[in-house]
Design a protein around this ligand. Structure first.
Ligand code: ADP
Length: 168
């Protein structure tokens, strides 16, 4: 049977830290669903469609085995998505201790909601310890260089966004 994992997140936008988790996940699972999990009431910089397009383009350009990546979006309960996608693993990345508390709660509630789905954590690659979409957005909005932390395409799109909005 195929081992399918769901890797959920906001991916607003995708960073090199996310890519690292995806690449490593592909070594463990036959198929990886990178899922833009969104809350329609929560503001984001990139639309769901833009985030999915960026993940697709970047994966195709730079991830070996990208044919085994599926990109999707979802606004409901994660375990419900996993079930209908035949995935029995939720993949998450862990950076600092600060990630731990929240991730711990999420993993426990998800297990309570569906015992057949396990959450698997991968430690961040040390290079990406401080890389978060939020920090990247903040730096980019102030005109800071984010090269090396996100794929070039993402860097370009960030520049366009903030130029258009007249921030920088
Ligand atoms: P962010 O926290 O960057 O806004 P997301 O909500 O998109 O990210 O995160 C999706 C998943 O990817 C989460 O499990 C998060 O911990 C993980 N992740 C995000 N950035 C990194 C990174 N630099 N290294 C490892 N995992 C990461």
């Amino acid at each position: 049977m195929k081992k399918i994992a769901v890797y959920p997140g906001s991916f607003d936008p995708i960073t090199n830290g996310h890519i690292d988790i995806i690449e490593r996940g592909l070594r463990m699972f036959d198929e990886l669903i990178t899922l833009v999990a969104y809350n329609p009431n929560k503001a984001s910089l990139f639309s769901v469609q833009e985030r999915m397009d960026l993940i697709r383009e970047v994966s195709r350009d730079q991830i070996k085995g990208y044919e085994r990546i599926r990109v999707d979006s979802f606004a409901g309960l994660l375990v419900d998505y996993a079930k209908q996608a035949d995935a029995n693993v939720i993949l998450r990345g862990l950076r600092a201790v600060s990630d731990f508390e929240y991730e711990f709660q999420m993993a426990l509630i998800n297990r309570r909601l569906n015992r057949d789905v396990e959450t698997v954590f991968l430690m961040t690659g040390y290079k990406w310890f401080y890389t978060s979409s939020n920090l990247i957005k903040e730096a980019a909005s102030l005109g800071g260089a984010v090269r090396g932390l996100v794929p070039e395409l993402v860097e370009k799109r960030l520049k366009e966004k903030y130029m258009k909005d007249g921030v920088k």
